[in-house]
Design a protein. Structure first.
Length: 282
């Protein structure tokens, strides 16, 4: 079942898509968000959720993992693979409380992970925080693009990587790759000072608009996803192990630690999953 959107007719409201197949939970969330002034739509199956992403264009998705027709993980992957620069924030709602489940959720692109049962009030606060971050990133990109256009700034580039800030387009080997608004802001922040190391805390502050509940793993996850998209330019995005990240200096040598850094997050997640399976087998 796909519920109709509920919201004010007089002013635009931020849109929340609730993907949940338990009627008691979905109805409670729909009521709470509508009462708080959000426009809300509910989907109780994955197929309907994917359709709503195309027609409802939510600002945030509350995503249950155990749906009758597909995994919520697959929905999250599709959201993050979308070429749209205006991707919604994603908060996973799940009864799976183990660390490995949280790690996998963040690795596939979730912005937050809330374990059931949960406090609706706490969830509302988390939603507000994610939407504030999303608004800040989009507003900053618009302002920066306008300033660049006014100053006549041409596209930024490094080796085979080129970024047209005003058009929100990224090219590797003259082939366009699609990045989200947050990935664009992260890339631009590093590209403006190639060779300079940026700590996780600095990135959280300058790119995310720092919120105390944002974990440093969020930075690693976005760096890994951006590095995957950069393809042949991936080695430009270097990891300074245990400290932070940087873009390579122009004409500088490849950092040998980069390859190790690019795989460390995925490797640790795979090892945790293996340990989890081995424990269950015993």
């Amino acid at each position: 079942m796909l519920s109709p959107a509920m919201g004010s007719e007089t002013s635009p409201k931020e849109r929340v898509l609730v993907v949940e197949d338990e009627p008691d939970i979905s109805s409670s969330l729909e009521y709470a968000f509508r009462a708080s002034g959000y426009e809300v739509q509910v989907a109780d199956r994955g197929e309907l959720a994917l359709a709503a992403l195309e027609t409802f264009h939510p600002d945030l998705v509350l995503l249950d993992l155990m749906l009758p027709d597909m995994s919520g993980m697959e929905i999250c992957r599709r959201v993050r693979k979308s070429p749209s620069s205006d991707q919604p924030a994603v908060i996973i709602l799940s009864a799976r409380a183990q660390e490995v489940d949280r790690v996998v959720g963040f690795e596939i692109g979730a912005d937050d992970y809330v374990v059931k049962p949960f406090s609706v009030r706490e969830l509302m606060l988390r939603v507000e925080a994610r939407l504030r971050t999303r608004r800040a990133v989009i507003d900053a990109l618009i302002a920066e693009a306008a300033a660049s256009a006014a100053d006549g700034v041409e596209a930024l580039g490094l080796r085979n990587l080129r970024v047209d800030e005003s058009a929100h387009r990224v090219f590797v080997d003259d082939k366009e790759i699609h990045v989200s608004a947050l990935e664009m802001r992260l890339l631009l922040y590093l590209l403006r000072s190639p060779g300079r190391m940026r700590t996780r805390r600095e990135l959280l502050t300058e790119v995310w608009g720092y919120h105390p509940e944002v974990a440093s793993r969020t930075v690693d996850t976005h760096i890994k996803r951006l590095r995957d998209k950069l393809d042949t330019a991936a080695d430009l995005l270097q990891t300074v192990r245990g400290v932070g990240f940087r873009l390579a200096e122009p004409n500088g040598p490849q950092d040998p630690s980069d390859d190790q850094g690019s795989t460390s997050l995925a490797a640790s997640g795979n090892q945790r999953q293996k340990n989890h399976r081995d424990a269950k087998a015993r």
